[in-house]
Design a protein around this ligand. Structure first.
Ligand code: BG6
Length: 489
């Protein structure tokens, strides 16, 4: 049996980022406002909030639900409060550091870089007829800079965000109007960048819609969430079809959050609960990867308290003909579940066999191999690991240098598990983009101190710092792994 840590010669090695966590420049180049721009920073103990104003002028700060908080009145207006820090505004300023950052990525040997395009940089309100030229120019410059180093772009069209106008005017993805706005946006990207960009993702972690996710829908009960998800499925399928026409050699996936999930015990009730909870994720992958709603969809909807969603007659054909070419996923952790746990069990019960990061995320390298196998067994399309990494507290010395042996250990174990899935289990895997090449803002907490990068960025949780970039110890380590195409693992 072949057990060497070897990878296909054309294996794609790189890093991944998201615009509102990385890019900044929120009021430059004609960029419109995003739902994310009104989200404060937070911590594990203090959740992030949106800042909103009622018609009577009263300010409310509901807990953020990633796009806009649930259960807020329809007539709120977003506001910026002087005493709050909004991490998306500056993020770590890729907007002004892209040349330096791309050079640092090239220094690690990346042949691909996954980034998301900020929708409101291209269509500030989502509704313009013509795109914002300054926004297109920024990404044009980024792509050309990458190409200098032989790096392929992997573009996330929509990473957990919406132009704020679409959230307020249409109640986000609850409305089919947003399907049209999205397809127009995606078409523009294909027309401008399709000659240089082959790899695309229609959505980031689309299955997160079931719990807290990126729908922009207010007062989102189960039915509203699954209706929003349906509208996103249709938007994705239409976009894949369009991409096949407009992008020569293009390959189109979507990204799913794949925390592996184990039953807490072998008690039959826990096993069955695990099957049902697993289907909460498969639902998304099945529809987008196989092109039709699975047999268990109605049972799942009933579990969430409703009987059906509205599916236009033409939608079935669109889903069938707009299937994904590959399945991309993020993997950070595994969880366990048992009967009685809720249906969105991200935290799960504690797994006694696993250590946890300082943010309580269980570390489970074998879970990655398990996950790769599970997805391929089911969908039989190539997979792409587009996020994996460890959020840790780094102690930088006076020169900004970090000895991050814990990060090296994490990647050593996870990359080895990936190699086993490829070499022993023969799972076809296009590539691996680590989260994240360079420190950036945490999505869940808005913190800077939850660091993921191979490069340290001098910035604190309130945005203070020189933004100087300094490679960490792990930078040289990953460089060596990539230059040996994994043989050094
Ligand atoms: C994924 C997201 O869920 O996890 C990223 O796609 C996010 O945007 C990453 O940053 C890690 O999560 P966090 O909350 O630690 O930043």
């Amino acid at each position: 049996m072949k057990t060497a840590k070897s990878f296909p010669t054309n294996f794609l090695w790189g890093g991944a980022t998201a615009d509102f966590q990385y890019e900044g420049g929120f009021n430059e180049g004609g960029r419109g406002l995003l739902s994310r721009d009104f989200e404060t920073n937070g911590s594990q103990a203090n959740p992030r909030h949106h800042t909103l104003k009622l018609p009577n002028g009263k300010v409310i700060t509901p807990r953020s639900s990633f796009i806009l908080a649930d259960d807020v009145p329809a007539d709120v207006e977003p506001v910026f409060l002087a005493d709050q820090y909004y991490p998306s505004h500056q993020a770590v300023d890729f907007y002004h550091h892209y040349k330096e950052d791309i050079k640092l990525m090239a220094g690690m040997g990346f042949n691909i870089f996954r980034f998301s395009i900020c929708w409101s940089r291209i269509f500030p309100t989502g509704e313009e007829n013509e795109p914002n030229q300054a926004g297109l120019k920024f990404y044009d410059d980024v792509i050309n800079e990458m190409k200098k180093y032989g790096m392929e772009p992997l573009i996330t069209i929509c990473h957990d965000e919406l132009p704020m106008n679409l959230v307020l005017k249409y109640n986000g993805w609850a409305s089919r109007k947003v399907i049209d706005a999205y397809v127009k946006y995606a078409k523009t990207l294909f027309e401008y960048f399709g000659d240089r960009c082959r790899y695309w993702l229609t959505f980031n972690e689309i299955n997160a819609v079931r719990g807290f996710g990126p729908t922009g829908v207010r007062k989102a009960d189960g039915q509203a969430r699954y209706q929003a998800a349906h509208n996103m499925f249709v938007a994705s399928a239409k976009t894949v079809k369009l991409g096949h026409k407009l992008v020569p050699g293009g390959s189109f996936g979507a990204m799913f959050a794949m925390s592996e999930l184990y039953p807490a015990t072998c008690k039959p009730e826990d096993m069955f609960h695990h099957l049902q909870e697993r289907r909460e994720n498969w639902y998304f992958i099945d529809v987008m990867g196989r092109g039709y709603y699975p047999n268990y969809a109605e049972e799942l909807w009933q579990r969430h308290g409703f009987e059906k969603i509205t599916i236009d007659p033409a939608d079935k054909e669109i889903l069938k003909t707009g299937q994904l070419d590959y399945i991309a996923f993020s993997y950070y952790r595994s969880n366990i579940t048992k009967k009685g746990d809720g249906w969105f069990n991200v935290g799960g019960s504690a797994n006694p066999y696993l250590d946890k990061t300082p943010w309580g995320w269980p570390v489970d390298p074998l879970g990655l191999r398990y996950c790769m196998n599970e997805i391929y067994d089911r969908i039989q399309k190539p997979i792409f690991i587009v996020e994996n990494g460890i959020g840790a507290i780094d102690q930088a010395d006076e020169n900004g240098y970090v000895e991050d042996d814990y990060r090296i250990e994490y990647f050593q174990q996870h990359l080895s598990a990936m190699a086993d899935a490829i070499n022993i289990d023969h799972v076809p895997c296009l590539g691996y983009t680590m989260w994240a090449p360079i420190d950036l803002v945490s999505l869940s907490t808005g913190e800077m101190k939850k660091r993921y990068g191979f490069v340290y960025v001098d910035m604190d949780d309130e945005g203070h710092g020189s933004l100087t970039r300094t490679p960490k110890k792990s930078y040289q380590w990953i460089k060596h792994v990539i230059e040996t195409n994994g043989a050094a693992l």
